[in-house]
Design a binder for this molecule. Structure first.
Ligand code: F6R
Ligand code: MG
Ligand code: MG
Length: 366
């Protein structure tokens, strides 16, 4: 059967600053999705959070960009904002709801979306990744390692069915354009783009031999939509695994290295992406360090069997320890680059205002 998996998220206010979603927000959102399931719009759903982002994981048969499903997500976010975030005076209530009203599709309206329609395989393991205090480019390195690096993914060498490689659809988030690049033969071109994580973002990955969809990520950049800093985009993605795709363990392996990502305090700093269980998916130190949580499901005729909390495992303790060491190290740079992001990334923050203020005081040196 064909199933659509829609992971839609938004930061619509949180408990103690930008720390964590309030349980009441999860309760009200779950209630809303429960009704949609009873009414037959959704096949199944799971509501969770990573840090201050409320995550709606939904399956249905309506295809991508469905007005009904996107409308349901929008209504859920607005209802939770009104009934809970505002009522409890949670911090930054309704923050990511940039549009004033829903207009058929969530694109460009604030919430992040990773969504795809696909034929459910005989057995369909899917892993949803959700990050807080970072941006969509944070997925570039892990997606590259999972689908193109044999040092991470043994199957690229050992499993005949992965041998032809994968196609990466890369989006230029400034120009709203995409380009398909084929691994392994275009690896260097691919890396030349996706190393620029603030601009070139992997949107999806396909298996080359049959174009089977392997991964989908959210690509919206709130600052580019709003023209100013409105919080980092805190991206989501999901990856299908096993049986001719990277194994679950190969997908998770890349997160044993807590790579540096843009985000953290005020969306303006580089910091390590720390893999954590959902229990610890709440940012503290310097509003971070940036975190990634991960839930695994088996799809069963669209039903979400699970979830399994994939980073709830001592096997990732060392990654967390390295992340804490990296956090100590980079924090000591304070407001200096490369701890603070470069000027092109600071364009949507106060840097612009500071420059404007000083404009008349800048003198030529000769
Ligand atoms: C980062 C983030 C936080 C805030 C910071 C300041 O994505 O959301 O680090 O930028 O806490 O928040 P305000 O300006 O709301 O006090
Ligand atoms: Mg927030
Ligand atoms: Mg967030």
């Amino acid at each position: 059967m064909k199933v659509t998996l829609s992971v839609i998220k938004a930061d619509i206010g949180s408990l103690v600053g930008h720390h964590v979603v309030h349980p009441e927000q999860i309760r009200v959102a779950s209630e809303k999705l429960k009704k949609a399931k009873e009414a037959g719009l959704l096949i199944d759903y799971h509501v969770t959070n990573v840090g201050d982002d409320l995550q709606l994981i939904m399956t249905h048969a309506k295809g991508i960009d469905s007005e009904e499903v996107h409308g349901l997500a929008w209504d859920t976010f607005t209802e939770v904002t009104e009934k809970v975030s505002k009522k409890l005076k949670l911090y930054a209530a309704g923050q990511d709801l940039l549009a004033t009203a829903f207009s058929g599709n969530l694109k460009g309206m604030g919430p992040g979306i990773a969504e795809a329609e696909f034929e459910e395989r005989i057995s369909e393991p899917v892993i949803v990744f959700m990050a807080d205090k970072t941006e969509p480019g944070a997925w570039n390195l892990p997606l590259y390692k999972i689908f193109a690096d044999p040092f991470n993914t043994a199957g690229l060498v050992i499993d005949e069915s992965l041998h032809e490689g994968f196609t990466f659809r890369v989006m230029d988030v400034y120009e709203d354009k995409v380009v398909d690049l084929h691994a392994p033969e275009e690896l260097y071109d691919l890396l030349a783009l996706i190393g620029t994580t603030g601009r070139y973002v992997i949107q999806s990955v396909f298996r080359r031999k049959d174009s089977l969809l392997a991964a989908v990520a959210s690509t919206a950049r709130l600052s580019l939509i709003a023209g100013k800093y409105v919080g980092k985009d805190d991206p989501v993605m999901f990856i299908r695994a096993q049986h001719g795709l990277p194994a679950v363990g190969e997908v998770l392996e890349t997160f044993a290295f807590p790579h540096l990502v843009a985000g953290w305090m005020r969306g303006s700093h580089n910091g390590p992406l720390m893999p954590v269980s959902i229990k610890y998916a709440k940012c503290t130190r310097f509003d971070g360090p940036p975190r990634v949580g991960s839930l695994g499901f088996q799809l069963n005729e669209g039903k979400l069997v699970g979830p399994e909390d994939m980073f709830d495992d001592p096997a990732f303790d060392r990654a967390r320890e390295i992340a804490n060491k990296a956090a100590d190290y980079i924090r000591r740079h304070g407001p200096f680059m490369p701890a603070r992001l470069g000027p092109e990334e600071m364009e949507y923050t106060t840097l612009k205002i500071v420059l404007k203020k000083l404009e008349s005081r800048f003198r030529l040196t000769r």
